[in-house]
Design a protein around this ligand. Structure first.
Ligand code: P6P
Length: 333
């Protein structure tokens, strides 16, 4: 009977809560706690998506006039998104601390009973807001390591990507999507504004083992390591398609569904690349590996990297397994 119920409630169109409940026995946590976490995240996502969709109509685009720890100009929507996710996760009551790309230090919630830590890029690709290009939110969820009831400790927030309990992203595009994994496949939900629900639209996403799309900022070609230049030339010689939106979540999502590779290599001025291990790379690495793909910094799997500080950057090569394998061969030549 249970199996029959599971297949009914995990068919296309079932709600996020129905889906989680139907798969309760495979989850790495209590179903109601995952529901709470994802409902907190999707609540904030609905609010952010609504603002993103009307950004051109109200004075909410453009620079805030402040800068984040990385010296990047914060867009008004960056700050709004950060606040939305902080508040939603705080009110949800199951999180004890949050790290955010937009916040220099750990945000310790007044909730030492919380079992979970969330690492967040509230709005990735926000420089694209003014030109109506898809942008996204990226999140990782970890079990806390320190005893429940005690204050949060540094080891709670500096965990390897392999320790993620769940990870996902929201994509504010032609529709708003949630894509997440808890280590049992990758599942996509599309927001139905008329119902106020995220409905299952892409169950058990698998990324093609190979593809012909490569995403990299070709403008930096002269500054890339020779191995990357050789791989780019290989793609060109084999008539691969160059596609680079300048919005990681959008580039990643397209490659996840169609096959492809996204690359952000190091350069002399950015010796560790640009992308953050804890806020971008770990989450997408978890997702792509669950979908059958690969994520590396050129030397090791992203999810095996031992973090040393919450804002650390790493080079990122992520996507179809055979494409990342070939790039790594160039890397090690
Ligand atoms: P560049 C956006 O700032 C971002 O973090 C990713 O979303 C995007 O892929 C990348 O940086 C773009 O960086 O240096 O190519 O403009």
């Amino acid at each position: 009977m249970k199996k029959e119920v599971s297949s009914i409630t995990t068919s296309i169109g079932c709600t996020l809560d129905q889906f989680i409940k139907a798969r309760g026995d495979e989850l790495p946590c209590a179903p109601e706690e995952l529901s709470q976490l994802l409902n907190d995240i999707t609540l904030a996502g609905k609010l952010v998506g609504s603002e993103v969709n009307k950004a051109g109509l109200v004075d909410i685009t453009g620079a805030q006039g402040t800068y984040n720890i990385h010296g990047e100009a914060q867009q008004k929507l960056d700050v709004m998104a950060h606040t939305c996710f902080m508040r939603a996760l705080e009110k949800g009551g199951v999180v004890c601390a949050i790290t955010s790309e937009e916040e220099e230090d750990v945000v310790k919630l007044e909730n030492n009973q919380g079992k979970y830590i969330v690492a967040l890029d509230p709005l990735d690709g926000s420089s694209n807001i003014d030109v109506n290009v898809s942008i996204g939110t990226i999140f990782s969820i970890y079990h806390r390591i320190s005893p429940i009831g005690e204050p949060v400790q540094p080891e709670d927030v500096l965990q390897r990507g392999s320790e993620q309990m769940a990870a996902g992203y929201l994509l504010y595009g032609t529709s708003t999507m949630l894509v997440y994994t808890t280590g049992h496949g990758v599942h996509g939900f599309t927001y139905a504004p008329s119902l106020g629900e995220f409905l299952l639209s892409h169950p058990n996403i698998k990324t093609p083992p190979a593809g012909k799309i490569y995403a990299i900022n070709d403008g930096y070609f002269a500054r890339f390591p020779d191995s990357i230049k050789s791989y780019i030339q290989y793609c060109r010689d084999n008539s691969y398609k160059a596609r680079y939106i300048g919005s990681l979540v959008a580039d990643f999502h397209r490659n996840l569904l169609k096959g492809g590779i996204y690359m952000y290599p190091p350069t002399e001025s950015t010796p560790h690349g640009k992308l953050r291990l804890m806020f971008e790379c770990n989450a997408l690495a978890f997702i792509v590996e669950q979908a059958g793909g690969t994520a590396t910094d050129g030397q090791q799997r992203i999810r095996t990297i031992e973090p040393t500080e919450i804002h650390q950057r790493v080079p990122l090569y992520i996507g179809s397994a055979k494409m990342v394998e070939r790039l790594t061969a160039f890397y090690n030549k």
